[in-house]
Design a protein around this ligand. Sequence first.
Ligand code: SF4
Ligand code: SF4
Length: 415
Amino acid sequence: MSQEESLVWEIGDRPRLPLTVLRERPSSEAKLWPGAIPAVSFNLEGIDVYTNTDCPFMCEHCFLTTQELHTKDRMDLGTVEQITQWAAQPGSKIEEITLLGGEFSIHPQAADIIKLVGNTQKIDGTFLRPRIVTNGGKPFQNLLADEEVVQILQKSRVAVSIEAANPELNDRFRGQGAATNAWRTVDLLVEHGIPVDINCTVMRSTVHDAMRLANYAYHKGARRINFHSFSPIGRGHNLQDEAMTSKEWGRFCDLMAGYKSALKDDYGINDFTVDVEFAYDYGVPTVEARNACAIADGTNLQFRPPVRGSKDCAVLACGLTMPDPDKSAYVFRDGNLYQRRGDSEHRLVGIGAVRACCPLPFRQQPEGEPQPICVYTRIDHGLAVKNAYRVPNTQWSILGKLAFDDYASERDGNQ
Ligand code: SF4
Ligand code: SF4
């Protein structure tokens, strides 16, 4: 780490938060309110479909529990088709279906699912786009041998999860060989003309490597990198010290804003997007954004695979506060979406507790510090960054350049 970086990334002591163990209860017959809810009722351009929760990677920081990663509950093709038809209903604003797990590509019908979604036409003549989130392992690479899959993904996008430019650092969390495979997947996607994003979960151990990762992603041909903050849930609950405080995350937001301006102003790079989750209230530009809650606003739906023995899919409106499928806001049954009765995510909205629980206990900060905002809120940092912890503009630019040039000389030296 350079002297400049060590000044900026100096990390203080972090108070330990109470450890919360998430339990999944056995699924029972859900009680539903009558009346199917159409897709047009939601303010959604995309939905998440978890086709399976199993994944061989067993990352240390995974948001899923070990039990979930071992569970072989899978959504069958018929259920995916019903969800796709629901999403394509007349009037629906949904354009994209994100397919994820666990690891989506180990679903035995992964290629068929991509084709099913990608060949679904809406009444306005447009086709739904299947977006894939993957760890970039061999099963995903194998999917690219299918020409029709490639053609569909060329009109969509794939996000590859990578936590650090340094392969050893990445593999410390994601397992040996993960970095090599993931970058090989990025190469394959670029070769096939498929738009590629990098998804990065930022932790205290990896934050110093973030700009380098962004540089590497850009030079590899990715068109976007998406940084989001680590929440110690699922397997990650053992890594509480890896979660950054709101102060530390504010510094990171500032630096990445500077990095973005350096890319644009100093290097003229306009075809690479750097997105950073806002996460905390550093001066949110509007009251709506400050009080946003995806449950109340209907801006997020996550379809989960049916629990064995049931045909119902739990549909979570938040997912962070309620990993228990029996408390999902909605249930998908026989091709229709229904609101769940009783104790559910909606109950939190009803008693006005959502803001307080969000996303307690993982991100709540000491009094006087910026408090969490809804993780699903997307804000242009340019609007709010002036209120965050400040690093002077010049220093932003210098750091951005340092990281960029550092990578460029390393790359040239290796040629
Ligand atoms: S973080 Fe992703 S790749 Fe890692 S175990 Fe979880 S689902 Fe698998
Ligand atoms: S993170 Fe909090 S505010 Fe956002 S949807 Fe979940 S409960 Fe609501």
